[in-house]
Design a protein around this ligand. Structure first.
Ligand SMILES: [Zn+2]
Length: 94
């Protein structure tokens, strides 16, 4: 029998069940939100409320434990912009 998988948020480091967290994945130099939570590869789990604390390259680098070389290869600036758009969309719905 499978227990409930517990993940740790990459920003606040608190544990939470899979349904409470979003999954971020790094693929082809992009950081994306994996809505189906099925993609393999490098990634991390994060509370929706913690997304707003990931809006800087430094925060992302720390959260994913990226080296400076990896940061250069990733389009993190694009992700930070996408993140702003996501939060804006969410505010519109409320
Ligand atoms: Zn969190």
């Amino acid at each position: 029998m499978l227990g409930k998988p517990v993940r740790t948020c990459i920003v606040c480091r608190k544990s939470a069940g899979k349904p409470e967290l979003l999954r971020l994945v790094i693929q082809n130099g992009n950081v994306e939100i994996d809505e189906k939570k099925l993609k393999g590869g490098r990634g991390g789990w994060i509370h929706q409320n913690c997304l707003q604390n990931l809006k800087s390259i430094k925060a992302l680098q720390f959260a994913f434990r990226l080296s400076n070389e990896e940061v250069k290869e990733l389009q993190i600036g694009k992700f930070v912009k996408d993140l702003s758009a996501i939060n804006l969309d969410k505010n519109k719905e409320q």
